[in-house]
Design a protein. Sequence first.
Length: 76
Amino acid sequence: MDGHKREDVKKYQDEVFLPKMKSFERRMVHWEPKDTELERVEPKLKPDEKQVIVVFQDESSFHANEYKQNIWCAPE
């Protein structure tokens, strides 16, 4: 339906998107197992670097307010 199995989409994912995401990984927080918990590990940034924070979105949040039958209006 959304084209994720098309050859051109797979090629883009493999050759462009995934390598780009991999390049950001070093600047992202990651989690390591410690005993029975996970421990947050902050990235080691160079002085001129900024942390990368990834925000994921799926269709369920994109379509969250569709088909509503009521609206909120500010008072006049």
